[in-house]
Design a protein around this ligand. Structure first.
Ligand code: PEP
Ligand code: MG
Length: 895
């Protein structure tokens, strides 16, 4: 009974874990009756077993033999036979697509004898020897790990001797020379002959694909895309079909809709007389797919029918790789295609209109991450700067940066905090580190399906490809377009939507989707003035966002400290303020007020200093509550350690010391120094802050509570509907909250009595310490609501200092896989999330209706929002910019 190998005809699209994405989809196409060359998939389990033990499982060899025989029977030819040989392609295929990151070996099965058989079968000696040399080259590089340049140099030498620079000019005899040279390279580099036994070739190729799961670039890609390291890759072994048998053959890539814009229609690249890798590698510039209609109308019609069937079957945009061998269409791969954020929104709503998917499903097809990318700025068309040249807009965005030509300079730029654009003739998987370090990528060659385009789209980075007018010299580090010559360090700007390339820093403007988000649909429609595509995009976003609003259970509030932020947040759909950090109201000019509170020597002095703050705070709260009229507004009592309001210890020490030397320091400066020394703490984030400060200097919280109550009264008297909520930070024990609550209730009652206005102001607390989460059932006795402060909760649960960790050892932690992403960015569901769950559950046990939300940074993070939905929080609160993203994700979490 086979355990590791599945014939294409036996699998299906839902087996991606086992067969990888490519294998599962090949199986599905076979099931649909589409023309797929026969073959089989070696499962990810085999890869995992290999990676675990370092050995190919013995039963795998037997299973491969059996599967191979079936493949031979289906196609009626024999693997590596001298006559009419069956050749195989051996391709990687993980669960999640990792374009170009792992290895492929083509033409497996060719040797000194079968190359003759292939020549006879194809009736083309040149083709047969070209295929053979390709095999040796790929095998040498991929399986034997020989430096690729050695092969390119040997090929160049033979081309030079033949008086040409084009591969296509080489004759069969030239290719025989290339084969001989390549074999010599292999012998010299490895001490062994190129293996003539087809089965040895196959086994080695399979092993090489397994190994390619763990290459440097594959690991880097997985980290970046957050793909788990232990999934392993499947290996697809398929009968070779040839796109390079002449002008009635060819190869191409197509999409069922435009993956850049979402536009319907025929979209793809076709390259006559070529093998698949030529298209993806972007080495030769391709024709648009419509050209195939002229060249081969029958295959074109068949392909179009297959595209339609696939799209109907998958109910989504599909991408397809195909080959035409002497007028016969073969489907080599399909999958649900990657797309730009704009295309994602447009395709999702198109499919709803076409009754192919429901609105619930449409919501699942877009993400907050994509929406955030749509909010990026683009170049100002009115800048009047004309483009230097134009390529294909392959991945949208507007990038401005210095030209770099290789990975090393890109990384050096990034380290210096300088933005750069990676400029290459074409990109290959080796360029991944440089792409990651750059803000954009620009290539001279390749279509929208080239490696650069696919990878950039996947990473959401701006890319322009195929700007053919550019002549790039990597050795001289120059790029020439007509008379203009640019070098490394020159600033360029690239527009990933239009494909335009500019010299200099072109000014950028806000995105139309951002206009829609912040000013509404009418303003946005006016702003785009009849640009149908953009209009369609805005309407798609609007439709899905409104749908998300209708289905989501989580409410979305904003973290806003000023009326201005509150207005912005409200325009973006915030349903209240989840966190107003009042300490932010004491920065700048007002810092001196807090300073005098700290410096006060007597309680009278301190009371006076505090009293002076009441009118200022009342004004702040009136503005804030008025901007949020009718919506809940959580105001957090002052939180940070006092030293944050005092100047830096070293600076003042030096200042005082110098002044003393020069005849005496200012008394005030000396007082400040003493105060800094007095309040100095070794671990201020674990020190006198939050409720501790409120208990140590009760007047501080009291003044804020009074200001909130008085501002509320003033607004009610104006006929407004203020809805303040008072939040106490850094609670660890119920008793802390009880003391503050008693005080707050007294103050509120006093204000109500004096003014004659009835006040009902909920009092709740942050849950941001593990102890608070663990004892939430007790804290709930004194709290009207909870707000999870996941920033501090992460800090205290992991014991990572939130202010230092990112510049400290995070890089190593990400590198060696302790972390896959910063826990300050995406909630650590397993650890910190567990405390959130304990916190909510405990609170609800005591008070089933207790209102609970989150106001840490995670409130705006897509993945974390799903977690908060699942643990039953009532709302998330995030920065005003992220409010629409949170609305969308909260909707997605609910469907
Ligand atoms: C938190 O700790 O998550 C929080 C929201 O408070 P702050 O970031 O102000 O400490
Ligand atoms: Mg906090």
């Amino acid at each position: 009974m086979a355990t590791y190998v599945t014939q294409f005809s036996e699998g299906n699209k839902d087996q991606k874990d086992l067969l990888g994405g490519k294998g599962a989809n090949l199986a599905e196409m076979v099931n649909m009756g589409l023309p797929v060359p026969p073959g089989f998939t070696i499962s990810t389990e085999a890869c995992k077993a290999y990676l675990r033990t370092g050995e190919v499982p013995p039963t795998l060899r037997v299973e491969v033999t059996m599967a191979l025989r079936k493949t031979e029977d289906t196609i009626g030819r024999h693997f590596g036979a001298d006559e009419e040989p069956l050749l195989l392609s051996v391709r990687s295929g993980a669960k999640f697509s990792m374009p170009g990151m792992m290895e492929t070996v083509l033409n497996v099965g060719l040797n000194d004898r079968s190359v003759q058989g292939l020549a006879t079968f194809a009736n083309d000696e040149r083709f047969a020897w070209d295929s053979y040399r390709r095999l040796i080259q790929m095998f040498g590089k991929t399986v034997l790990g020989i430096e690729g340049d050695l092969f390119s140099e040997a090929l160049d030498a033979i081309k030079a001797a033949a008086g040409t620079t084009q591969d296509t000019d080489l004759t069969a005899d030239d290719h025989k020379k290339v084969v001989a040279a390549y074999k010599q390279i292999i012998l010299e580099e490895t001490g062994e002959e190129f293996p003539q036994d087809p089965r040895d070739q196959l086994d080695a190729a399979i092993e090489a694909v397994f190994n390619s799961w763990n290459t440097e670039r594959a690991r880097l890609y997985r980290r970046r895309e957050r793909i788990a390291d232990d999934l392993g890759t499947a290996v697809n072994v398929m009968a070779m079909v040839f796109g390079n048998l002449g002008e009635d053959s060819g190869t191409g890539v197509c999409f069922t809709r435009d993956p850049s814009t979402g536009h319907g229609g025929v979209y793809g690249d076709y390259l006559p007389n070529a093998q698949g890798e030529d298209v993806v590698a972007g080495i030769r510039n391709t024709f648009p797919l419509t050209k195939l209609e002229e060249l081969d109308p029958t295959s074109y019609a068949e392909l179009r029918a297959a595209m339609r069937r696939l799209e109907t079957h998958y109910r989504d945009l599909c991408d397809i790789e195909f080959t035409i061998e002497r007028g016969k269409l073969w489907m080599l791969q399909t999958r649900v295609g990657k797309r730009t954020p704009a295309a994602a929104f447009r395709v999702a709503t198109q499919l709803v209109d076409e009754r192919l998917i429901t609105l619930d499903e449409a919501l699942g097809r877009v993400s907050g991450q994509q929406l955030s990318q749509l909010l990026f700025p683009h170049f100002d068309a009115k800048s009047g700067i004309s483009a230097l040249t134009k390529g294909l807009g392959a991945s949208p965005g507007a990038a401005v940066g210095e030209i770099v030509f290789d990975n090393a300079s890109a990384i050096a730029h990034q380290k210096e905090g300088k933005k750069c654009i990676l400029v290459r003739r074409e990109t290959s998987p080796e360029d991944l580190p440089g792409m990651i370090a750059s803000v954009g990528v620009l290539t001279a060659r390749g279509g929208k399906t080239s490696h650069a385009a696919v990878v950039a789209r996947g990473m959401g980075m701006c890319a322009v490809v195929g700007a053919e007018a550019m002549k790039i010299s990597t050795s001289e580090r120059t790029v020439q377009v007509g008379d203009t010559q640019l070098g490394e360090g020159d600033v360029i700007a690239i527009d990933g939507a239009t494909g335009e390339v500019f010299v200099g820093a072109v000014p950028v403007v806000d995105s139309p989707v951002l206009t829609y988000i912040s000013e509404g649909i009418d303003a946005a429609e006016q702003a785009v003035e009849g640009d149908i595509e953009t209009l369609d995009l805005i309407r798609s976003v609007d439709r899905l966002l409104r749908y998300a609003d209708g289905v989501r259970r989580l409410r979305v509030r904003a973290n806003a400290d000023t009326a201005e932020d509150a207005v912005r947040a409200r325009a973006r759909g915030a349903q209240g303020i989840g966190l107003c950090r009042t300490e932010h109201q004491f920065l700048g000019e007002r810092r001196k007020f807090i300073e005098s509170v700290i410096l006060a020597e007597t309680s009278e002095q301190r009371d006076a200093a505090l009293e002076a703050l009441v009118p200022l705070q009342r004004g702040d709260f009136e503005e804030l509550l008025s901007a949020m009229d009718g919506l809940p507004t959580t105001i957090r009592l002052i939180d940070p350690p006092l030293h944050e309001f005092l100047p830096d210890l070293t600076e003042v020490s030096v200042q005082v010391a110098l002044a003393e030397r020069d005849g005496g320091a200012d008394e005030h400066d000396k007082e400040i120094l003493a105060a800094i020394q007095r309040t100095h703490e070794a671990n201020p984030m674990l020190g006198l802050r939050g409720v501790r400060l409120g208990l140590k200097i009760p007047g501080l919280f009291a003044l804020q509570i009074r200001a909130i109550a008085e501002a509320t009264v003033a607004l009610i008297e104006q006929g407004r509907k203020p809805k303040p909520e008072i939040m106490v930070p850094l609670i660890g024990s119920v008793r802390e909250l009880q003391i503050i609550r008693d005080m707050a209730e007294k103050i509120i009652a006093e204000v109500a009595e004096t003014s004659g206005v009835a006040l009902s102001i909920p009092i709740g607390c942050m849950i941001e310490l593990p102890r608070a989460a663990l004892t939430s059932y007790r804290i709930a006795e004194e709290a009207d609501f909870f707000s999870f402060g996941t920033n501090d909760l992460t800090q205290t649960t992991w014991g990572f200092s939130r202010d230092d960790v990112e510049s400290g050892f995070f890089a190593e932690y990400l590198e060696n896989g302790v972390l896959t992403i910063s826990p300050f960015e995406t909630l650590d569901a397993l650890g910190v999330g567990q405390l959130v769950k304990i916190g909510v559950d405990g609170g609800r046990r005591t008070k089933p209706a207790i209102h609970a939300g989150v106001c840490g940074e995670h409130g705006g993070d897509p993945e974390s929002i799903h977690f908060f939905h699942n643990v039953g929080l009532d709302y998330v609160s995030c920065s005003p910019f992220r409010v629409p993203i949170a609305r969308l994700e909260a909707g997605r979490a609910a469907v």
